[in-house]
Ligand binder design. Structure first.
Ligand code: SF4
Length: 340
């Protein structure tokens, strides 16, 4: 059986109703990645249309509510205190500041508001403060998401009690390559936090980063890991490394844009009901590659990387692209003046 046959058989098995959770081998995911490009996109779009309405793009806005000074050493991250990247550490933002930013995101068309804090693991008093931020975001009618580092079980329960809808914790890469990227925590630490989040009843947002110098088999290993979480995450952000000067990965060889599209397609095929989100690195892909990513099954984007009440050029560019592609998102409706 050739690689392409294997991938087709695997797809058919995935579509069959089954009480058993589907487990993806790294080899099966690799076989999908190796498909001819048109076959891969056809399979991905077929799965996508079977589970999602066409042209339904979720807009999620991310705000760094506590920036820099992190004791971890994730090789891609400018917020690590170990790397000299020029990022100025900032304390946790106030409820008023976050409320203003969330309102601006909502006004621009976002439906989910994600708050990121550069902690290794929050203290319980940090959780209490974040609970107030969650309340403010929820009060505006937005879905809330947080990414705060490693959590203990009782902290996840406290966030759920505060109304948190989603918790983001990425697996970053395959287990075999993880030690090349960060060595201040283990892969199992990541899995433990994800288990606490799931057990608390919070929806899971978990993805990874490609373009970190990994081999193709590591991309397959990452997708297999995420897809084999039981159940698999509701949101799967796929990032293309942004090479920040001062980080250890500043000179990593860039991923071929079509290989990035392949990863998106395979995420869609292996996790049919997940929101697959185009995340970091989207701007450097260009419009044509982003359009291919949507065709491959991406149905969520991070919308604008800075929240300015007026004149955010990234938001304008995103609205223009969505309009050009004929997507009827809330952002396009805002652009057309259909929302105040
Ligand atoms: S834990 Fe998060 S903030 Fe800290 S270095 Fe890693 S990615 Fe950056």
């Amino acid at each position: 059986m050739g690689a392409n046959d294997l991938a087709t058989v695997t797809l058919h098995r995935r579509a069959a109703p089954s009480a058993e959770p589907v487990r993806w081998s790294v080899e099966a995911v690799q076989a999908l990645l190796d498909l001819p490009f048109d076959e891969l996109l056809f399979q991905a779009q077929t799965v996508h249309r079977a589970h999602w309405p066409a042209r339904d793009i979720e807009l999620a806005t991310l705000l760094s509510v506590k920036t820099g000074g992190c004791p971890e050493n994730c090789g891609y991250c400018p917020q690590s205190a170990e790397f000299d990247t020029g990022v100025q550490a900032q304390k946790l933002m106030s409820v008023e500041e976050v409320t203003r930013a969330a309102q601006a995101a909502k006004d621009a068309g976002a439906t989910r508001f994600c708050m990121g804090a550069a902690w290794r693991a929050p203290k319980d008093r940090d959780i209490e403060k974040v609970a107030e931020l969650i309340g403010a975001v929820k009060g505006l009618g937005l879905q809330s998401c947080a990414t705060l580092g490693m959590l203990e079980a009782h902290q996840a329960q406290a966030l759920r009690a505060a109304g948190l809808d989603y918790y983001n914790h990425n697996l970053d890469t395959a287990p075999e390559y993880y030690g090349d990227i960060v060595d201040t925590r283990s892969y199992q630490d990541r899995l433990d936090t994800l288990a606490h989040v799931r057990a608390a009843g919070i929806s899971v947002c978990c993805g990874g980063i490609v373009g970190m110098g990994e081999a193709p088999v590591h991309r397959a290993g990452l997708i297999a890991q995420i897809a084999n979480l039981d159940p698999y995450p509701e949101s799967v952000p796929i990032n293309s490394l942004v090479r920040v000067p001062g980080t250890p990965l500043a000179d990593a060889p860039p991923i071929d844009p079509l290989d990035f599209v392949r990863v998106i397609a395979v995420a869609r095929i292996t996790m049919p009901t997940a929101r697959v989100r185009l995340s970091a690195g989207r701007q450097q892909l260009g419009e044509a590659v982003q359009a291919l990513c949507f065709l491959a099954g991406a149905n969520s984007i991070f919308y604008g990387d800075k929240l300015l009440v007026t004149g955010n050029p990234d938001v304008e560019a995103d609205r223009a692209l969505l309009h050009k592609l004929g997507y009827a998102t809330r952002a396009v409706q805002v652009q057309a003046g259909e929302h105040p």
